[in-house]
Design a protein around this ligand. Structure first.
Ligand SMILES: C[S@@+](CC[C@H](N)C(=O)[O-])C[C@H]1O[C@@H](n2cnc3c(N)ncnc32)[C@H](O)[C@@H]1O
Length: 529
């Protein structure tokens, strides 16, 4: 590529050396601004687990008659119906079905899926077939970025790395080439399918719900132009099948715009491993080449303050770091994390609790140390699903107090805002019972504070007109009306402050900190280790 290509009003694509192409700011981008909106991504489909519960075009979830889940409270009721041709994919209405059939290639896939039924092809096979079909259409009107044909494959590196993934790629390529015969339209060669499978691995994005739960996979050549950083200045946010890129800080003109390809909680070693095995590069971002990120600090056994991993002594009280114990603790964290990432890992509540306790029992790992945050998060979700709001609340309060400010330092980070909203919703559920274990906490005050924090940040995190912003504002208004409060006045008064910045709520913040402290102390004390 010789000259820069505009990507949006504020971003352009150009060659950037060893990383290939990258996206850059064409003007100063303010913090919390929309950089790019992709209203019609090339591909966005539900993954295996959500094929039955999500519209195959707009990604709307089937809420059915069920109630009780905080995530379902985000959505209007939707009923999905099967495509009568294949009985594999579902739609929320005629418009979505027609769009998927005519524009996204379901007319091609439908006979293939029908021929395989009742076997259902896995997500990677469905995506590869769809990509192949769309690739053919693209040769007529390839876009300026270069379309699917110009996406990185890393096929030489894949082949050189060999192993199970390469074998799987070959197998999948052969199978999809064979399946393509039942379309009676275009048949594809295995090499072509293998190439597309490799493009998929390198360029796909996990599609999520508004609450950032994985729901599907998306590929789009505009979205694929963003390179990775473990300290990104932008983040992708889904609203149904629409995809938005938003800034996490001010981005000066001609600065590269980066996103994180991986779970940002991971330790440096794990990040490096994942980036080199899946994306074939050695990350040189500030967190990988210099100082460790704050979530990787350890805990001082004496004063309980954090210590950078590079340091031998606590910067607050001078206590020496017990090196061998610290090594044992960080090794345990890596092994718990890799066990959790295995296919079919046991993520039942007792197993997750035991893992959490073993990590806290080291007394050296703070709540923000990977994988403690995810275990808290998964336990909160499991308790919400089980209707145990009180147990869920304790995990969410711990995350709110001890993890989000460290891991999502930007108050308008979309994940932090969504999780704060979830905490508020769970708080409502707990408040209606007779909550025990929360001391003198004034649930009503905390609830207002949390909702005001969400409303104060949502324009920057998600954008004023986003589905999440509308829903959060509506919910806040309902809660305030119930309590006889003028929501506009309160929100305005506290706007942008967040729970921690509202002087009237200082005492309640202190109580939340104590609840989290007591809870972590309990988890640490009852460990079998
Ligand atoms: C989704 S693509 C990003 C766009 C890509 N640079 C291109 O030229 O098409 C992902 C690939 O970009 C490269 N890449 C992304 N982030 C990088 C980084 N921080 N350092 C080096 N290469 C990077 C890697 O080759 C990776 O597999």
């Amino acid at each position: 590529m010789s000259s820069p290509i505009p990507l949006s009003d504020t971003a352009y694509v150009k060659d950037c050396g060893f990383a290939g192409r990258g996206a850059f700011a064409s003007a100063l981008i303010p913090a919390g601004a929309e950089i790019l909106s992709i209203l019609d991504p090339l591909i966005c489909v539900p993954d295996d687990a959500h094929l039955d519960s999500c519209c195959h075009y707009c990604m709307m979830e089937d809420t059915g008659e069920a109630g009780g889940s905080v995530n379902q409270a985000y959505k209007p009721p939707t009923k999905l119906s099967y495509c009568l041709g294949c009985k594999v994919v579902k739609y929320c209405g005629k418009a979505c079905q027609t769009n998927d059939w005519k524009r996204k290639g379901h007319s091609y896939e439908c006979p293939i899926y029908r021929a395989q039924y009742p076997k259902i092809l896995p997500t990677t096979a469905r995506m590869t077939l769809r990509m192949a079909k769309l690739f053919l259409a693209e040769t007529i009107s390839a876009n300026k970025i270069g379309g699917i044909g110009a996406l990185k494959t890393h096929i030489t590196e894949f082949e050189k790395a060999g192993g199970e993934r390469w074998e799987f790629g070959n197998l999948l390529a052969k199978a999809t080439a064979e399946f393509s015969k039942s379309s009676k339209k275009e048949n594809f060669e295995p090499e072509f399918m293998r190439d597309l499978y490799c493009k998929l691995l390198v360029n796909s994005i996990t599609a999520t719900t508004q609450s950032f739960d994985p729901i599907g996979i998306a590929v789009d050549y505009h979205a694929a132009m963003f390179n990775h950083s473990c300290s990104p200045n932008a983040v992708m946010v889904f609203d149904g099948r629409q995809l938005f890129l938003r800034s996490l800080k001010e981005i000066p003109k001609d600065t590269e715009i980066t996103i994180s390809y991986i779970d940002i909680f991971m330790t440096r070693k794990e990040r490096k491993e994942e980036l080199s095995t899946r994306y074939f590069f050695d990350c040189m971002c500030p967190y990988c080449s210099a100082e460790a990120r704050p979530s990787e600090y350890s805990l001082c056994q004496k004063c309980k303050k954090v210590i950078p991993l590079s340091s031998n002594a606590c910067p607050t009280c001078g206590e020496t770091v017990p090196e061998e114990q610290l090594l044992d603790a960080t090794t345990l964290a890596v092994s718990v994390s890799s066990a959790r990432r295995k296919k079919n890992a046991d993520k039942s509540i007792p197993v997750m609790l035991e893992s959490l306790r073993s990590l806290y029992a080291t007394r050296l790992l703070p709540s923000s140390y990977h994988p403690i945050p995810q275990i808290h998060q998964d336990l909160a979700t499991a308790y919400i699903d089980a209707g145990d709001w009180t147990a869920a609340l304790k995990h969410l309060v711990t995350l709110y107090v001890r993890v989000y400010p460290v891991v999502y330092a930007t108050p308008y980070h979309p994940i932090r805002v969504v999780r704060t909203f979830t905490l508020a919703m769970v708080l409502i559920q707990v408040a209606v019972g007779a909550p025990e274990g929360f001391g003198e906490l004034d649930f009503t005050k905390v609830l207002y504070g949390l909702l005001v924090e969400v409303c104060g940040n949502v324009n920057k995190s998600h954008g004023e007109g986003s589905g999440f912003a509308k829903m959060a504002r509506k919910k806040t208004e309902e809660v305030m009306v119930d309590a006889g409060i003028d929501s506009n006045r309160e929100v305005e008064k506290w706007m942008g402050k967040g729970l921690r910045g509202i002087p009237e709520l200082e005492d309640e913040v202190g109580k939340l900190v104590q609840i989290a402290e007591k809870f972590v102390a309990e988890l640490t004390a009852v460990s079998k280790s």
